[in-house]
Write a protein that binds this ligand. Structure first.
Ligand SMILES: Cc1cc2nc3c(=O)[nH]c(=O)nc-3n(C[C@H](O)[C@H](O)[C@H](O)COP(=O)(O)O)c2cc1C
Length: 199
């Protein structure tokens, strides 16, 4: 197995952290080398500290390494995971992506398998638009988009989003959510393995 997967996430309140952690575990179990990485917080510390739930999440994940361009270079597959903000991906993730221009220009992001997950307060609050607009970015990278489609029964049981797992706030991370996230992670690893085998 030659898959090196970077699971890159942003999470204010912990939802996407949980999703990314479940995916990382499943990818590792599928044989990939996995790095679970968070993007830098861009909001001033005074604002984070002013919201107890935000502050608690930042403290609880202080041990998770912050993603660097070197991680993006190391990886041959990416799983991007961040919440919906007004129908698009959280600006913290966008800000990190905006640091990748030089690496992108060298072709560093090209020909790698890419998949994405998100969460939102509402089932129709922008889950699909968040994933689809992120995939536009992945196309600019020359990424090979690996959406889950309807390739497993688990997807039907968690809202039926073929673009990527998306979590609606208030749902539990029960067996069905875990199965859907794990399927997406395994599928990404399987496709990445095929790409690296033919490279
Ligand atoms: C500034 C802001 C904008 C948001 N915009 C949306 C939105 O457009 N639609 C929606 O359903 N939820 C929206 N939410 C809710 C977030 O998507 C929700 O807090 C997030 O999925 C939680 O993920 P996390 O626990 O990983 O931070 C918004 C939240 C914030 C703080």
């Amino acid at each position: 197995m030659s898959v090196k997967l970077a699971v890159v996430y942003y999470s204010t309140y912990g939802t996407n952290y949980q999703m990314a952690s479940i995916a990382a575990e499943a990818a590792q179990a599928a044989g990939a080398q996995v790095r679970l990485l968070k993007v830098p917080e861009t909001v001033p510390a005074a604002i984070v500290d002013g919201q107890p739930a935000w502050k608690a999440q930042a403290q609880a994940t202080a041990h998770i390494p912050t993603v660097t361009v070197d991680d993006m270079d190391w990886a041959n597959a990416y799983l991007i995971c961040a919440p919906t903000r007004f129908g698009g991906m959280a600006s913290q993730m966008r800000a990190f992506i905006d640091t990748l221009g030089g690496f992108w220009a060298k072709g560093g992001l090209a020909n790698k398998a890419v998949s994405a997950m998100t969460s939102a307060q509402n089932a129709h609050g922008g889950q699909e638009s968040t994933l689809l607009t992120f995939y536009y970015t992945a196309m600019h990278w020359g990424g090979i988009i690996v959406a889950p489609g309807f390739t497993d029964a688990a997807i039907y049981k968690t809202g039926g989003n073929p673009y990527g797992y998306s979590h609606t706030q208030g749902q539990e991370f029960g067996e069905e959510a875990r199965a859907s996230i794990s399927h997406q992670a395994r599928r990404l690893v399987e496709v990445a393995q095929k790409l690296t085998a033919s490279a």
